[in-house]
Design a protein around this ligand. Structure first.
Ligand code: F6R
Length: 592
């Protein structure tokens, strides 16, 4: 993962780099560092922990003279969280920041050790710095070109060489990198949000391209030949950058759900034909990671039940390593909030290589997946800052569900679409009503927050909501939780049920209501404290029960999910967790 940012221009580099690092903290936040330069002097300062630790270590007034620098926020891959392993790394004349993973770092390190290099860190990045130093030629472009040919893996590199201190060099493969342009200053970063308060002109670097940057110009090379690149103008959304009075971004983002639902669905509800007709495909593969994959699970159950379509949902980290038979017409749907998840990008490229049509559901419009997929549908979540996804997941479910409805209509399985569309139209109002029942979620949180283990059980589509509810609870509150198909529990796992263990039962499927209820009674008989989330037509009249309006399968999940998000939020709050930045996580998982 990790985030990198760089600056060269007429202003104080340290302030711009620190600001950029804070905005990139979502990509990793276990240590950080900064390298500052001017013609005669260089400073490298690093710290473990959050960016604020680095900031406290910097004597800002003494650093104002530096007008050039590179910086890094780390999510450890190679080596523990220590200052030695934090970036930037300097070897000989090379100073480097790196996002990605160099897969052949160990072999290269051994080779470089034989050539006399000594290493201070355990990182793959220091190996790249040493390799660049070893490969030094008069023209630094040749040095980079020679070096990247020797690297396996993914990288976005920001490089400063003592040989040529007027420039910063950047190069990338399979990790994102964007360059920001103003008249007398230039920037680079892993993500435009790190630099979009300074400029709205950007160049997106493609794999294998090298950029040579000084304050006046950016030159891009591929295979050492200079090339022209488009400059994109992208305007800034500053609105999402503050908490608007909410204690946490997670709570703010849940409360934004009615608005972003309206924004995402409106064009399609006015003209459903804006959604693609996918009725020609015999098989649909839905590929994603984490919550995005769980959104795909919701769609799978709807597609199977309502559209007679064969669907495979797979985790992106495994999809491309399988022996997949594409002998029938297959649509590959990729789902990603960030559009930068390394495994999802790799799965998309795999499907494209196999000549399959790729349809992406993405939030970030400038992302790699948005740019490379054959067809893209955007959710309009705006920026999602809390590491645990809430509003983006809900929009993924909503847009996929509408796509499922359209497919049922295109396949003539339903002849009348208007009543369903009307249900989607009132969703923002219904979701707001669900969110407003704050005290109900707080009451449940009180019952749960002191426990160490929990279960979420449900059948069929309700199981897909369980997966997301369980993930949300464990990632933000650190309570261990498992999602189970309710009928499966008694095949072993029920032995874990003990007195007062919280078991969340989700029941929205009318056809199997009695079956799920029986499973709930089974765990109650063994002492579990059950919390039921159901609809006004299926209520079980238990003490701890959340009731939402009973709607069709296409929209039901959109009312269930905010209840699970809010329960997780309030449990994490009571446990004093770092809700917006849970330990060990990062918002955008850019390593495989
Ligand atoms: C969980 C969460 C993750 C992401 C997953 C995919 O709250 O946020 O599971 O859903 O890392 O990320 P994207 O959607 O950016 O590809």
């Amino acid at each position: 993962m990790c985030g990198i940012v760089g600056y060269i221009g007429k202003n104080k580099a340290v302030n711009i780099l620190l600001d950029g690092l804070k905005k990139l903290e979502y990509r990793g936040y276990d240590s950080a560092g900064i390298a500052l330069y001017n013609d005669s002097d260089q400073k490298i300062i690093k710290s473990v922990g959050r960016i604020k630790n680095l900031e406290e270590k910097l004597n800002l007034s003494s650093l104002e003279k530096y007008k050039k620098g590179i910086a890094h926020t780390r999510w450890a891959t190679h080596g523990a969280v220590t200052e030695e392993n934090a970036h930037p790394h300097k070897v000989g004349s090379i100073t480097l920041v790196h996002n990605g993973i160099i897969e052949n770092a160990d072999i290269l390190r051994e080779d470089l050790k034989e050539k006399g290099y000594q290493f201070k860190s355990d990182t793959d990045t220091e190996v790249v710095a040493a390799l660049l130093d070893f490969n030094l030629e008069d023209d630094f472009l040749n040095t980079i070109e020679k070096t990247i040919k020797m690297l396996k893996g993914s990288y976005a590199l920001g490089i400063i060489t003592d040989q040529d201190k007027d420039y910063i060099y950047v190069v990338k493969k399979d990790s994102p990198l964007v360059i920001g342009i103003n008249d007398e200053e230039k920037f680079f970063a892993s993500d435009i949000t790190a630099i979009n308060t300074y400029t709205n002109h950007f160049i997106f670097l493609d794999d294998g391209e090298i950029a040579k940057i000084n304050e006046k110009e950016v030159k891009i090379y591929q295979h050492l030949i200079e090339k022209n690149k488009d400059i994109n103008t992208i305007d800034i959304d500053l609105e999402s950058k503050n908490k608007n009075g909410y204690a946490h971004y997670m709570l703010k983002e849940i409360n934004e759900e009615p608005i972003v639902l309206e924004k995402t669905l409106k064009p399609y509800l006015e003209n459903i034909e804006l959604l693609p007709n996918i009725s020609d495909y015999s098989v649909i593969h839905i590929v994603a990671c984490g919550s995005a994959m769980y959104a795909g699970m919701v769609a799978k159950y709807i597609l199977e039940e309502k559209t007679n379509t064969e669907v495979i949902v797979d985790v992106a980290s495994e999809y491309r390593y399988k022996n997949i038979n594409y002998n029938r017409k297959t649509l590959v749907i990729l789902i990603s909030q960030s559009g930068e998840t390394a495994d999802t990008i790799a799965a998309m490229r795999f499907a494209k290589l196999k000549k399959q049509h790729t349809l992406a559901i993405v939030n970030v419009k400038t992302s790699t997946i948005a740019r490379e997929a054959d067809e893209v549908l955007f959710i309009e979540a705006g920026e999602e800052i809390a590491v645990a996804t809430t509003k983006a997941y809900l929009l993924q479910v909503a847009l996929l569900s509408l796509l499922c409805l359209k497919l049922a209509y295109d396949k003539k399985i339903i002849t009348e679409i208007t009543p369903y569309l009307n249900e989607f139209k009132i969703l923002p109002k219904l979701v707001k009503e669900v969110i407003d029942k704050d005290s109900d979620y707080q009451k449940i949180a009180q019952e749960v927050y002191q426990k160490n283990n929990s279960f979420f059980i449900g059948r069929k589509i309700d199981y897909s909501y369980c997966l997301e509810g369980s993930l949300k609870l464990k990632e933000v509150s650190y309570i261990h939780s498992e999602a189970y198909q309710a009928g499966e529990l008694k095949h072993g796992t029920i032995s874990l049920i003990e007195k007062d263990m919280p078991v969340f039962g989700i029941i929205t499927d009318h056809d199997i209501y009695e079956k799920t209820l029986s499973n709930i009674i089974e765990v109650e008989s063994r002492g579990a404290k059950t919390i039921i989330i159901t609809t006004d037509k299926l209520k079980t009249n238990r003490n701890l029960e959340i009731i939402v309006k009973d709607v069709s399968i296409y929209t039901q999940g959109i009312l269930i999910v905010p209840t699970l998000q809010l329960i997780s939020y309030y449990v994490a709050l009571l446990r004093g967790c770092d809700i917006d930045k849970p330990r060990n996580l990062a918002k955008s998982v850019t390593v495989e």
